[in-house]
Design a protein around this ligand. Sequence first.
Ligand SMILES: Nc1ncnc2c1ncn2[C@@H]1O[C@H](COP(=O)(O)OP(=O)(O)OP(=O)(O)O)[C@@H](O)[C@H]1O
Length: 425
Amino acid sequence: MTTHNRQPTTDNPQPTTDNPQPTTDNQVLIKVENLSKKFCKDLKTSLWYGVKDLVSGIAGNKAERELRPKEFWAVKDINFELRRGECLGLIGHNGAGKSTLLKILNGLINPDAGKVTIRGKVGALIELGAGFNPILSGRENIYNNGAVLGFTRKEIDAKVDEIIAFAELEEFIDMPVKNYSSGMRVRLGFAVAAQMEPDVLIIDEVLAVGDLGFVLKCFKRIDTILPNTAIVFVSHNMPMVSRICNKIILMDRGVAKFQGDEVGKAIDQYYTRFSNNNSNVVFDDGNLELVKAKLLGAKNLNNIPHLHWGDDFQLYLKFKINNLQIVPSFHVLIFDKEQRPVAIFDSNKEQYLLDKKDTYIEFNVLHHNFQLSKGMYNVGLNIYKSERRDPIMRINDLLKFQILHDIDVSPPFFLKSNFKFISNV
Ligand SMILES: Nc1ncnc2c1ncn2[C@@H]1O[C@H](COP(=O)(O)OP(=O)(O)OP(=O)(O)O)[C@@H](O)[C@H]1O
């Protein structure tokens, strides 16, 4: 955990001062201009470039903006500004450059080009255990980190009990941090970073290590401090991102592929990257054969059926019967982009006898005025001999479909409802 008021520039990417300045309310607290950082894929070559740069007096290859063999941009031309009350979500696939960008913001690594200006006190929770001295106790580490954040001993004294209580580490606070579990370290790290009320808070994926109770507590705390803080939040947890972020950057191989305040749109693009079109038969006892599955009334775009919000959902299913005497029990499930089930359609409980001559059965699953919010969904199918017993077939990703709507929202349902003004008493 570090704090600094740094202004690394293209010419001299170094922190300029360690004294946090008082900030005004509407001031930009984080300003990032054309920030770039490159790495080398091969350690030997990287060391060789380092020696060459040192000899020529050009630390970090500043004169050469081009990549040398085996180098790549981990972060390329990133620009943004953040004020108090704004929370920027940094999302993207593994290796997209999110943590590298955070580490530059926190002064852990220097950029190769560009400028970062941060005003005020910076609290950061970046790498698990980073900033802690493992041989010191939790309490001693609170004082160390508080001092690094720019607080006086008196100010830390006033906060220390709150921090320990928030981290729920009363029993273990005098134990060396090296004996803490990973969850305990995150608790302590977040408690120090957030309870000291920093102007800027930088949080990496580490929160994922905490148990659900603590994560919920952290988000409650973030809600409390957000009006007075600028937050940068890296996560792969899109529901969390959509809950707390009001600005977003979708990173892809170091560059900002999407940037702005349309958080839902960025999340949609993020999910699109991971969608595949392969249906997956998990179980099949051979009694039935799926012949056709089709969304009726849907328009096909890029091989994906599209429905508009509020359309009827009509799924047509046709099976060939190999060996069944009664119509089985069908369960159609709809999953959202996070693979959370959002709806289930169960077939009727009545059991119809099958005429031996029947070689095919067809079904229509119909739901009027389907109000799923915009985005991609997939359909799964479970078939049992009777009410959820004796499985016959289970298919994941039977088909995908996309709901179209003008408004991006993250909850799965966007319901049409009447807000009626009652009175102003
Ligand atoms: N010290 C380093 N030396 C060389 N390459 C590095 C170094 N640190 C990071 N990289 C590379 O930079 C790229 C971006 O890594 P980074 O950790 O920023 O990704 P990320 O978006 O945070 O990924 P994840 O979601 O997996 O945490 C990756 O290709 C990674 O291998």
